[in-house]
Design a protein around this ligand. Structure first.
Ligand SMILES: Nc1ncnc2c1ncn2[C@@H]1O[C@H](COP(=O)(O)OP(=O)(O)O)[C@@H](O)[C@H]1O
Ligand SMILES: [Mg+2]
Length: 433
């Protein structure tokens, strides 16, 4: 069994090109990035660019400038106890512009980035856009039953089936205990039918079943006279599955893989999906990615030196969709809380935005070491944020311009009044300056 559960992120692969890229030397990080792009045609997000990520370490993101002095404000995750940063602010306060700045600079500094874009309005150069929708412009799908990335030494198929059932339960809260029991059995049966056995991880690489298979199994049980007493429950299960997993994104043959996420810089556009499907898609992607990074093991001293402790930056706009869409944002099993508490060990950094700091679950909140408080959506949010930022609520209520806010991090005990600087859009490769 190889350490990576059968896949290798592309930053670990050679792409067969022998032309040796120069080191950074005396160039600034931005100059070096331009050199790679303009002179070598190597763009952020590509495997060759990623191989030069060590030249950009440690990651230093220009968040903005101090109002009054113009001194630059940086987010330097290596100086913090955790690589998580969050922004809160009402609609139009500048959260998306902030996320674009963090995602864009991180990708330009050779960090693998995945942006979960619920509104579809984040514009970050060099990110590969992947649209997940029912239309014909979207060809990529997602199979939540895929067992990619799970480390059989730590987790069995049983846990995976349980996680799937609780995900369906969160999407369809009315699912009864009996229906969950039936669903669990139907999912297990679907794996067995696909030749995938819990006790034999070597079978886990086989083609996984889909929710269509699970529905077929439940349908068969509906017709089985010996299961007459269960018919109503089975019908309820089928209706719930159909409402969500009948969506075309769960029926495609070309599915999003973990390696495509870990190997580059991608933006997942979920704006065309309804909220219940968004929750399932976002959670599946994050869970698959987290499992894969966990299977790679804790980040070692060597790897830390080579990657600055960050294997992947997860960027999530509208964190509420994931935290509240799943019911209780404080639940320890919520994927955002799992990432918040365990992510650092496995090299996950995060940049999150939401209208209210309440939308961040308690575990995640405790682990966010850097905050940007933008114009608050109401007075009670201003009071909540004021306590965290250690600035008077009146100062937060006085924020008026988009992007104007306060920045505070664990390494900087006093919050600074600052203005977020939008991502500087660099001209395309080959464009003469
Ligand atoms: N830091 C900034 N500097 C200048 N303009 C900004 C800044 N942040 C936001 N804006 C302006 O405000 C608008 C709303 O910002 P946006 O990031 O979409 O808000 P939110 O995501 O919080 O709803 C943007 O289209 C942009 O024109
Ligand atoms: Mg926004």
């Amino acid at each position: 069994m190889d350490l990576y559960g059968g896949f290798k992120p592309s930053f670990m692969m050679s792409d067969g090109v022998t032309d040796v890229l120069p080191g950074r030397g005396q160039l600034s990080k931005n100059e070096y990035s331009r050199k790679l792009i303009d002179e070598h045609g190597v763009v952020p997000g590509s495997p060759r660019y990623m191989q030069k990520s060590v030249e950009f370490l440690p990651l230093e993101v220009e968040v903005g400038h101090v109002i009054g002095t113009n001194e630059m404000v940086y987010w330097c995750p290596h100086d913090e106890f955790n690589s998580f940063i969050a922004a809160s602010g009402g609609s139009g306060a500048g959260k998306s512009v902030f996320l674009e700045a963090v995602a864009g600079q991180s990708a330009t500094h050779g960090i693998p980035v995945v942006v979960v874009d619920v509104h579809g309005d984040l514009k970050v150069p060099y990110l590969k856009d992947i649209l997940l929708s029912s239309g014909s412009t979207s060809s990529v799908g997602l199979n939540p039953l895929a067992i990619e990335g799970i480390d059989p030494r730590k987790k069995g198929l049983f846990d995976h089936c349980e996680a799937l059932v609780s995900m369906v339960k969160r999407a369809v809260p009315t699912l009864s205990a009996r229906q969950r029991y039936l669903l669990f059995n139907a999912i297990e049966t679907a794996y067995v039918a696909a030749g995938i056995e819990d006790h034999n991880p070597r079978t886990w690489g086989r083609q996984p079943p889909t929710f269509a298979t699970v529905s077929c199994i439940l349908d068969g049980w509906m017709r089985d006279p010996s299961l007459k007493a269960y018919r109503d429950s089975i019908a309820g299960c089928l209706a719930s599955l159909g409402a969500i997993f009948g969506h075309p994104v769960f029926k495609r043959s070309n599915n999003l893989s973990v390696s495509s996420i870990l190997g580059g810089a991608v933006r997942l556009d979920l704006s065309q999906l309804d909220e219940r499907v968004q929750v399932i898609v976002a959670e599946t992607v994050l869970r698959m990615t987290f499992n894969a990074l966990k299977a790679m093991g804790p980040i070692s001293a060597n790897e830390s030196a080579a990657r600055g402790k960050i294997r992947l930056l997860v960027v999530i706009d509208e964190t509420k969709v994931l935290s509240m869409g799943n019911g209780d944002p404080d639940k320890h099993s919520n994927i955002l809380n799992v990432i918040g508490t365990e992510g650092r060990k496995f090299g996950i950094a995060g940049c999150f935005a939401s209208q209210s700091s309440d939308h961040f679950g308690a575990d995640l909140r405790r682990n966010i070491s850097s905050w940007v408080a933008l114009r608050c959506m109401d007075e009670s949010e201003a009071r909540r944020m004021a306590a965290d930022m250690r600035v008077p609520a009146s100062a937060l209520q006085a924020l008026s311009r988009p992007g104007e806010g306060y920045f505070r991090s664990g390494s900087r005990s006093v919050a600074v009044h600052m203005q977020v600087d939008p991502l500087e859009v660099l001209p395309p490769p080959g464009f003469a300056l």
